[in-house]
Design a binder for this molecule. Structure first.
Ligand code: NAD
Length: 507
């Protein structure tokens, strides 16, 4: 099929998906979707009413009764078709993603690609969802487990990966036999809706996948509704903590992947060029709006002498609209995010940090109203400063110099967040010590953004994650299923010695 012959319509008034139908919300509350490079309106998103959210949950509940018994090969084949459709339409979706989110076209394609890999992995569900079996735990007695779907699950997603993060959630949930209600980010739902449309085209039956839009009100209803069995959340620590507690109080299984403050620890024996290139790319790519962006460089020992070279490399990045060729750093998602980033830079200066590169006030020709902040580098940053304590989510790199690896590890482990960290070294022994002692979910060794591939699972520690099981990979299968243990006895014939047994032992 040719993507151009079968283009997906971009919704001007973004629809809800309920019971297999894309329907217009009757809500009076709508919000504009804004291109962050131009401030052009791209469409409007509704804040769904309680009635609409309840209808989506009811559709999912009804669909579960048949979907859970749909053969696993049928569910898997829908995923096979879905991955094919995403592949065919990825350039088309990337353009919309760049327009609504701001990241470069190449990075938008990367956003889709990382989500696509999860859909590909969902095609292996036949082996991923297998239970266990042991024969002969007593005379005529066998024991085995079933991994059964939970029922209706819900997903709440952030603005920064409108393709990848919804794809972390609903493909694994539904391929396991659950039905799903997705609540995308209200800031950039257009590309998410294109993926949802492809899921419907791939054959996801009516009611199995539903979409509602909105903010706190809709999220809180999902967290409290008695028919929702599990909530997957990705977003900030404040909101994720609220979701975890509210949904937990209502008896739901919850996974909350949250905010970050990712450090890069640079050892003096590291390869200088490769390490500095990695730091610059990971600090300023996607304008720092990745949960795995590097926001603190910890220069150990003599690597502090590389700071000038780091600043020079960063000056070379091109700040421009995401769809322009050769752009390295696009705009921030909103004028509010830009103002907050600039405010945090100012606070660092007033608290005593040295401003080595100032990205405030950058003017991009042709996009003068865009939410741009250029690469910004601060040194002499202290751990009590706001710029160090808070997640910036902008193109700002804070530098801290320490003398030893031990100091670097202690610094990283004392930060409230535990999402990602990178170590740059040429010593295997240093790397081994570091990976063992660091309290962070994703560790990169000479890799700046170590997002795990879908055969593994995304994780996190401390302020970056609540809940035991992470999204995608084998942990997602455990999260979206309930283990049932069956112990069964079948006699070929009645044993001669069979009598009443009042103990807990199996004989
Ligand atoms: P956010 O927390 O503002 O929003 C996330 C979702 O929660 C959205 O769907 C939003 O509508 C909803 N929401 C917002 N306020 C709410 C409230 N008061 N009550 C209930 N729901 C609410 O996050 P964001 O700004 O969209 O995304 C950026 C954040 O996400 C950053 O903190 C980033 O680190 C984090 N993130 C984490 C990961 C991870 O895997 N750890 C991945 C991507 C992004």
């Amino acid at each position: 099929m040719n993507a151009m012959q079968n283009a997906i319509a971009v919704q001007d008034r973004v629809k809800l998906l309920i019971q297999g139908e894309f329907v217009e919300s009757k809500s009076q509350h709508w919000q504009d979707i804004i291109n962050p490079a131009t401030q052009q309106r791209l469409g409007s998103v509704p804040f769904a009413s309680h009635e609409e959210v309840n209808a989506a949950i009811a559709a999912a509940k009804q669909a579960f009764s048949t979907w859970r018994d749909t053969p696993i090969q049928t569910r898997m084949r829908i995923m096979l078709k879905f991955q094919q459709l995403i592949r065919e339409h990825s350039k088309e979706i990337a353009k919309v993603l760049t327009a609504e989110q701001g990241k470069t076209l190449a990075d938008a394609e990367g956003d889709i690609q990382r989500g696509l890999e999860v859909v590909e992995h969902a095609c292996s569900i036949g082996t991923l969802q297998m239970g266990e079996y042991i024969e002969g735990v007593a005379r005529g007695v066998d024991c085995y487990t079933l991994q059964q779907p939970l029922g209706v699950c819900a997903g709440i997603t952030p603005f920064n990966f409108p393709a990848m993060i919804p794809l972390w959630m609903f493909p694994m949930a539904i391929v396991c036999g659950n039905t799903f209600v997705l609540k995308p980010s209200e800031q950039d739902p257009l590309s998410t809706m294109m993926l949802v449309e492809l899921a419907v085209q791939a054959g996801v039956p009516a009611g199995v996948l539903n979409v509602v839009h909105g903010g706190k009100d809709v999220v809180d209803l999902l967290c409290c509704h008695e028919d929702i069995k599990a909530i997957s959340f990705v977003g900030s620590t404040a909101v994720g903590t609220h979701v975890y507690h509210l949904a937990g109080q209502h008896g739901k299984r919850v996974q909350a992947m949250m905010g970050a403050k990712n450090h890069a620890v640079v050892m003096p024996d590291a390869n200088k060029e490769q390490s500095l290139n990695a730091l610059v790319g990971a600090a300023f790519g996607a304008a720092g709006q990745r949960c795995m962006a590097l926001s603190v460089a910890v220069m150990v020992g003599d690597s502090k002498h590389w700071i000038d070279a780091l600043v020079e490399k960063s000056k070379g990045l091109s700040v421009n609209a995401g769809h322009e060729a050769a752009t390295d750093v696009g705009p921030l998602i909103s004028a509010r995010a830009k103002a907050r980033t600039e405010d945090l830079i100012a606070s660092a200066v007033s608290e005593g940090a040295s401003l080595l590169l100032d990205g405030r006030g950058v003017v991009v020709k042709g996009y003068e109203h865009g939410n741009f902040v250029g690469p910004t580098i601060l040194s002499d940053v202290g751990t009590t400063m706001r710029i160090y304590r808070e997640e910036v989510f902008g193109p700002v790199l804070a530098i801290i110099c320490v003398d030893t690896l031990d100091e670097a590890i202690a610094l990283v482990n004392a930060n409230p967040f535990g999402n990602g960290v990178g170590l740059f070294t040429q010593s295997g022994a240093t790397a081994r010590t570091f990976q063992n002692r660091i309290d962070i979910g994703q560790v990169g060794i000479n890799i700046p953004i170590p997002v795990p591939v879908p055969f593994f699972s995304f994780t996190g520690s401390r302020g970056s994650k609540l809940g035991d099981l992470g999204p995608y990979g084998k942990q997602a299968v455990q999260f979206y299923t309930q283990t049932k243990t069956i112990t069964s006895r079948w006699f070929d014939e009645q044993p001669a010695q069979h009598k009443v047994n009042t103990t807990i032992h199996l004989d």
